[in-house]
Write a protein that binds this ligand. Structure first.
Ligand code: GDP
Ligand code: MG
Length: 161
């Protein structure tokens, strides 16, 4: 079957922006405030003659849930549905407690994970992004908004699906 790639991560780290970058269109809703993306978002990525389905779990809406349990639910869905998990963190914020909680869930799942350190808009950020190695997964520094390392991101995903 067609491979499924899931995007997970805290609100506001740039999941929707990354989704748009991979799909190549502005299909996701991007907002400055955390937690405002509402739609469950699926897209098809076609690249180098391969295609895969991408899911933005941040599009799932859990009005009644606390932030922590939303993140847990999103991670569980990503684990169940996907062949590869893109775990997005924010180079500006650094690694925070919620990131470590998501990492623990993903690690226990045994699923393939690539940490995408987003908002690496310049080389200095890219160096700081190396701190994400503490999460224990392979990492790739990108800027979803500016397209920095977009080709490397496509290649890294295609190599794993
Ligand atoms: P989500 O909540 O994880 O889906 O995050 P969004 O994709 O909605 O992005 C949250 C905010 O981060 C928006 O203001 C984006 O414009 C911004 N953002 C996303 N990617 C980047 C990036 O590569 N660099 C910078 N500087 N900002 C970004
Ligand atoms: Mg979003």
């Amino acid at each position: 079957r067609t491979s499924v790639v899931a995007i997970v991560g805290r609100p506001n780290v740039g999941k929707s922006t990354l989704f748009n970058r991979l799909v190549g269109a502005r299909k996701a809703i991007v907002e400055d405030r955390p937690g405002v993306t509402r739609d469950r978002l699926y897209g098809v990525v076609n690249h180098d003659g391969k295609s895969y389905i991408i899911v933005d779990t941040g599009g799932l809406d859990f009005d009644d849930e606390s932030l922590g349990s939303q993140i847990r639910v999103q991670a569980e869905i990503a684990i169940e549905e996907s062949d590869l998990i893109l775990f997005v963190v924010d180079a500006f914020d650094g690694i925070v407690a919620d990131d470590r909680e998501i990492a623990d869930i993903l690690r226990r799942s045994g699923r393939p994970v690539l940490v995408v350190v987003n908002k690496c808009d310049n080389p200095e950020r890219e160096i700081a992004a190396q701190a994400a190695h503490e999460l224990g997964f392979p990492i790739l520094a990108v800027s979803a908004a500016h397209g920095r390392n977009a080709a490397e991101l496509h290649d890294a995903v295609l190599a794993r699906v």
